[in-house]
Design a protein around this ligand. Structure first.
Ligand SMILES: [Zn+2]
Length: 121
């Protein structure tokens, strides 16, 4: 690893940490948590400015991995905190959305929906 690489990683980590603290400050202002300690190390604090979860009367303070069983095939899966963040902050999904299908069944379902649309006159 070069010196420049190390410097970049340090910079990225610092930015991530600043982002995390900014999010935590907003959560404290809104009264959802009392201090930084209320957000576990492994969790991602919710960004109240960009997350669709902020529309809820009582939004969760952070994303953390959620385990679930696929409704189609029963596979035990994890809905990762990072995926939830993408879902609610980038895709602005409904705050009531939940993962119910495993990635395989999601893909199968998507394909069959697409095929149905193509078959329409
Ligand atoms: Zn499945």
């Amino acid at each position: 690893m070069t010196f420049a690489d190390k410097k970049n990683i340090k910079l990225r980590l610092r930015l991530l940490n600043e982002q995390r603290l900014t999010r935590i400050r907003k959560l404290i202002e809104r009264g959802l948590i009392e201090s930084e300690k209320d957000v576990p190390e492994h969790a991602i604090p919710v960004d109240l400015d960009s997350s669709s979860l902020a529309d809820l009367i009582l939004p969760p303070a952070y994303y953390e991995d959620i385990e679930y069983d696929c409704v189609e095939c029963g596979t035990h899966e994890t809905w990762r905190a990072e995926t939830q963040q993408y879902y609610f902050e980038v895709l602005k999904a409904s705050p009531y959305s939940q993962a119910v299908r495993c990635p395989n069944c999601q893909a199968t379902r998507k394909r069959s929906i697409q095929q149905n649309q193509q078959n329409k006159p």
